[in-house]
Write a new protein. Structure first.
Length: 157
């Protein structure tokens, strides 16, 4: 039986990085979760029932974001128990935080890949996930100074 692996990220650059791992998908009973927006709606055609969407929100619109984030957290709980992943792989950001925390509580392995865009300082999600990650990967050697227990994995692109 294949391990259940959940690949999760927000949309945009984080999703672009996550999709670089697509050659791994077929090795596992995989699922993908990202935020729904116009740019990635076409992924449903390719991944069908392996793809789930969370609401897209931006902190620029703080009031509506708070409600969307609350809904995101509720849907995260639902999707976690629907999928029951053995492993959660993420490239961030806020979309992945609640899933990783929930996964850690229920003993899923957490693999976090710090974003390629960050070369010198911790990201908000990186700060949150670093203490609970089973494997924390950075894409720049300089980031090993920032996250000393991380593994340098090279660039994902």
């Amino acid at each position: 039986m294949k391990k259940k692996v959940l690949f999760i990220s927000s949309t945009g650059g984080h999703l672009s990085e996550l999709m670089q791992l697509a050659p791994l998908f077929e090795k596992y009973d995989y699922h993908i979760i990202t935020e729904k927006d116009k740019v990635n709606e076409n992924l449903k055609e390719k991944y069908g029932d392996k793809l789930y969407f969370l609401p897209y929100g931006t902190r620029a619109k703080l009031f509506s974001y708070l409600f969307k984030y609350f809904y995101l957290c509720l849907k995260t709980v639902y999707l976690y128990f629907k999928i029951r992943p053995n492993v959660i792989v993420t490239t961030g950001t806020h979309t992945a935080g609640p899933m990783c925390i929930l996964g850690k509580i229920f003993r899923s392995k957490i693999i976090y890949i710090e974003t390629f865009a960050n070369t010198s300082k911790k990201t908000a999600t990186g700060k949150l996930i670093y203490p609970i990650a089973d494997l924390f990967i950075v894409q720049w050697e300089e980031m090993l100074k920032v996250y000393p227990k991380a593994i340098y994995g090279g660039t994902i692109y």
